[in-house]
Design a protein around this ligand. Structure first.
Ligand SMILES: NC(=O)C1=CN([C@@H]2O[C@H](COP(=O)(O)OP(=O)(O)OC[C@H]3O[C@@H](n4cnc5c(N)ncnc54)[C@H](OP(=O)(O)O)[C@@H]3O)[C@@H](O)[C@H]2O)[C@@H](O)CC1
Ligand SMILES: [K+]
Length: 504
C-alpha cells in the first residue's frame, strides 16, 4: 500500500517534522535536493549543461540546493530565478546566497534573454512551484512553461522537483498550464496530483525520495492510498480442501434481449476471479446462447412479462453475492426485479450499469442502498445518479464519491482513468489500468470480478479495492499482450489468471 497526500496534508507533515519533531528544515531540504541531483545526473551527461528554473518558495530552494550539488560534481549549471524576490522564503535566501558564493550563474526571469531556455540545455530542472502552488499561473509563467515544452520537444530532458509546476498536488488539475516532465522526484509521499489525471500525464517517470519524514499521529487514516500488485497477496487464500461451495456462489442478474454479451463477460470474470459457481438470471431469450458460450454457468431464464419472484427468492437464498445490472436494460421487468432485490436481499451486492440507470430514474430505489452495496458508476452514470454535471464530477471525483457514500452508505467505485473507491476503509485510488480499458464490456468485467471476490467472503470495501486493483493490473497485462488499440474486454479476462498466478 502506498499513501497519497494532498497539499494541505503535505504541509501538515512538513510542519510536524520541522516544528514538533525539530528536524531542521534545511536538513530535509538537503536530502530532497540530493535525491533531485542524483536523478539529474542519471538524466544528463557529464558535459551537458543543466538549467535549474527556480521559484521563490521552498520548491525553488530545493532547486538551488540541487544546482549546488550538481556544480560540486563538475556539472555546468545555471539558474533562472522567477518571481518576486521580496516573496522568497528564508531557506530560499540561504540557498541562493550559497549558490552565489560558489559562482553559479543566476539571472532573473526579466533578463532571461541572457540565455535562452530553448537552446543548448541538456537538462532543465523545474523547481518553480511545488505543493505551495496556490492559484492559476499568469501569462508570464504560462509563457515559461511553453518555453520549457519547446526545449523538451527539441530534445532537452525535463526533471520536476516534487511535482511538475502548474499541477495541483491535491487533485491533478492543471492551473492554467503546467510543465511536462520526463521524470519527477517527489518527497516523502506521492502527491494525489501525480496519480490523478490530468496531472499524471505531466509527471513522467515517478520517483519517491525518502527524506526522513515521520507522519503525525492519526494522519494515515485520513490519507488516500493506492495498491501495487504485491497487495493482491492479501486476497483470501483458497483452502486446499475447499469445494465449489466454499469458493462462493455468484448470482448475476444481467443481460437483456439485445445484450447477452454483458452477462457473459461478467459471469466469466466472476469465474476467472475465483468464484466456485456462477448463476446467470436473464431473459429467456438469452438462455441458449449463454449456455453455449459459457457451459460452466448455470443459466436461469425468466419471462419478461411475468418474472417469478418466488424463483428469484430461491436463487438469492442459494447465492453468496449478487451482481445486478450489466446489460439488464431499463425496461419495466428490470425495474421490478431490481426493486425486489434491493428491498429484500441483504447479500453483499454489486450494482452496475442499468441497475444504476434505474436507480437514477426511480429515486425511491436509492433509499434501499446501504453498506451491503457496491455501486460502480462511470462518470456519466454518476452524473445521472447525483444530478452533478460531468465536468463537476471530473474536477472533484473523490468529493463526489465521498458525498454519495455519506448520503447512501454504499461503497462507491467511481470509474475513470483513475478509479476512486470510497468505503469504510477510506479513499483508495487506482494506479493501474490504461486507456485500452475504455472498451465495451470492461465495466462488466469489473462487476464480475467484484462479485467473485464478494462471494469468496471479502467484505465490501476490501473487495471493491482489490477488485479495482486486479481489473487494472489485468488491463495492463492485456495492453502488454495485445496493445492498447486492439485489446478488448475479453482480453482483460484472459489476463486475470496470469496476474493472480503471479501475485497471489
Ligand atoms: N518545508 C521544507 O523545509 C521542505 C519543503 N520542501 C519543498 O518545498 C515545497 C513547498 O514549498 P512552499 O510551501 O514554499 O511552496 P512552493 O511550492 O515553493 O510555492 C510557493 C511559492 O510560489 C508562489 N506561488 C504559488 N502559486 C503561484 C502562482 N500561480 N503564480 C505565481 N506564484 C505562485 C508563492 O508566491 P506568493 O503566494 O507568496 O506570491 C510562493 O512564493 C515542496 O513542494 C518541496 O519542494 C522540501 O524541500 C522538503 C522540505
Ligand atoms: K516543481
Amino acid at each position: 500500500m502506498r499513501y497519497l497526500t494532498d497539499s494541505s496534508q503535505m504541509k501538515a507533515i512538513d510542519s510536524y517534522n520541522i516544528e514538533e519533531l525539530g528536524i531542521p528544515s534545511l536538513v530535509l531540504m538537503e536530502r530532497a535536493a540530493y535525491a533531485v541531483s542524483a536523478e539529474a545526473e542519471q538524466m544528463s551527461s557529464q558535459n551537458g549543461s543543466v538549467l535549474v528554473i527556480c521559484g521563490m518558495g521552498n520548491n525553488g530552494a530545493d532547486g538551488l540546493a540541487a544546482a549546488r550539488m550538481l556544480k560540486l560534481h563538475g556539472r555546468k549549471v545555471k539558474v533562472l530565478l522567477c518571481g518576486k524576490a521580496s516573496h522568497s522564503t528564508k531557506e530560499h535566501s540561504i540557498q541562493l546566497a550559497i549558490t552565489e558564493k560558489l559562482g553559479i550563474p543566476a539571472v532573473t526571469a526579466d533578463s532571461r534573454q541572457e540565455y535562452s531556455i530553448e537552446n543548448g540545455f541538456e537538462l532543465i530542472i523545474d523547481a518553480l512551484f511545488g505543493v505551495g502552488l496556490s492559484r492559476p499561473l499568469n501569462k508570464t509563467f504560462i509563457e515559461l512553461t511553453d518555453a520549457i515544452e519547446r526545449a523538451r520537444i527539441s530534445g532537452a530532458k525535463v526533471l520536476a522537483v516534487d511535482i511538475p509546476s502548474g499541477v495541483s498536488a491535491s487533485d491533478g488539475q492543471i492551473l492554467g498550464a503546467a510543465v511536462k516532465a520526463d521524470a519527477t522526484v517527489t518527497f516523502g509521499f506521492e502527491k494525489l496530483g501525480l496519480v490523478l489525471y490530468p496531472g499524471a500525464f505531466y509527471c513522467g517517470k515517478k520517483k519517491v525520495a525518502d527524506i526522513g519524514f515521520s507522519l503525525p499521529n492519526g494522519m494515515e487514516s485520513r490519507m488516500a492510498y493506492t495498491f501495487g500488485p504485491e497487495d493482491l497477496r492479501r486476497l483470501p487464500k483458497r483452502p486446499a480442501d475447499g469445494n465449489k461451495g466454499t469458493f462462493g456462489k455468484v448470482l448475476l442478474a444481467a443481460g437483456s434481449k439485445r445484450m447477452s454479451g454483458a452477462a457473459y463477460m461478467s459471469a466469466l470474470a466472476s469465474y476467472r476471479s475465483g468464484a466456485g459457481l456462477v448463476q446467470i438470471y436473464t431473459v429467456k431469450e438469452n438462455v441458449q446462447v449463454l449456455k453455449t458460450m459459457l457451459p460452466e454457468a448455470i443459466v436461469t431464464g425468466f419471462d419478461r412479462e411475468h418474472p417469478d419472484m418466488e424463483e428469484l427468492a430461491d436463487l438469492c437464498r442459494w447465492a453468496d453475492a449478487l451482481v445486478a445490472g450489466p446489460g439488464f436494460s431499463t425496461e419495466s421487468y428490470a425495474e421490478q426485479i431490481l426493486h425486489w432485490l434491493l428491498k429484500n436481499v441483504t447479500l453483499p451486492k454489486v450494482l452496475d450499469a442499468d441497475a444504476l440507470n434505474l436507480i437514477a430514474r426511480h429515486c425511491e430505489l436509492a433509499g434501499y442502498l446501504d453498506g451491503s452495496a457496491v455501486i460502480t458508476p462511470h462518470i456519466g452514470e454518476m452524473s445521472r445518479l447525483t444530478g452533478k454535471t460531468v465536468d463537476e464530477i471530473k474536477k472533484a471525483p473523490i468529493a463526489a464519491a465521498l458525498e454519495f457514500r455519506e448520503q447512501h452508505g454504499a461503497v462507491c467505485v467511481l470509474k475513470d482513468a483513475r478509479t476512486a473507491v470510497v468505503s469504510e476503509n477510506g479513499i483508495y485510488i487506482s494506479s493501474s489500468g490504461n486507456s485500452g480499458m475504455a472498451t465495451g464490456g470492461s465495466g462488466d468485467v469489473l462487476s464480475g470480478i467484484l462479485g467473485g471476490l464478494l462471494a469468496a467472503g471479502m467484505n465490501v470495501g476490501d473487495a471493491a479495492e482489490m477488485g479495482v486493483c486486479l481489473h487494472g493490473l489485468a488491463g495492463d497485462a492485456a495492453a502488454e499482450r495485445c496493445g492498447m488499440h486492439a485489446m478488448m474486454a475479453t482480453d482483460i479476462i484472459s489476463c486475470l489468471g496470469a496476474v493472480l498466478k503471479e501475485w497471489t
